[in-house]
Design a protein around this ligand. Sequence first.
Ligand SMILES: [Zn+2]
Length: 332
Amino acid sequence: MKLEKKARHFARALMAGAVLVLSAPVVVGAETAKDHAAANVQVPGYYRMALGDKVTVTAFYDGPVYLKTSVLNPVEGVDFTSLLQAMSVPVTRDGVQTSVNAYLIQQNGRLTLIDSGASDCFGETLGRLVSNIDASGINPDNIDAVVVTHMHPDHACGAINTDGTAAFRNAEFIAPKADADYWLSDAIAHSVPESERSFFKAAQRAVQPYKAAGRFRTFEKGEPPVPGIQSVDEAGHSPGMTGYLIEGGDKQLLVWGDVIHSHAVQFKHPEVSVVFDHDPKSAVQTRKRILNDVVTGKLWVAAAHLPFPGIGRVVTDGAGYRWVPVEYGAVR
Ligand SMILES: [Zn+2]
């Protein structure tokens, strides 16, 4: 009897529930396991912008690298902690989240990738470039050239897969001559302490399959690496660091490499260098010159280490500068 009573009670409860559902067309709590899983996956890391009607630039996200605030060389009177706090930049145990971006230029029927991310050279958080290129609808096999701003691992390593094969099977690898002469030199690599040799090894490994296939070349300071893209000398952070200027009708874009590592600190204080600077003094001079040039020339900027997509404008702000990121919008 007791069981029968329970069953009747259950049936009544079900009926009540059914009535409740029928009388309440707005169903609360319909999230499925699939919806829940989707909430934990980021959108693909690419962003497009047109330069005039003939050139398109696509920013690609390779992932984040975490930099300790100790990579910033101290300057008297500049308080890094308060500058980071003023921009609400979280400083975690791992350091400050710093974006690694690369840029694809589509013009005259050519695909030129500027910088290539880090592949497996800088840990597991990086190395997403190729999957983001795929997600954007571009076939990596169609990329004609990989042009690097400089040969540090977070710019050059992504030209190869983790097994050492070329990530861009039909591309040339093109580097500024002064940078290639430095980072690909065995003599220089052997002249530095063992602890500093990893960047040399990474650069040599990145170009290896391209060299073997006869598809590696360099260009002299001031020369265009490929038709339609001008080079801009940015030596300092690396011996031959180079920015790339692209004319797109009403807009001009400078893909500037590593002019800024910490947006919260170095726009306001361009005099702050970083420990990775090959020549900190000329890195500071380059930063000051480039910041002035992009403001006076009203250039758009695409920046390897500014928050993704790293595209925006620079404006003056007091004695320093301020970054104005691009607003999300249609390509054209
Ligand atoms: Zn870098």
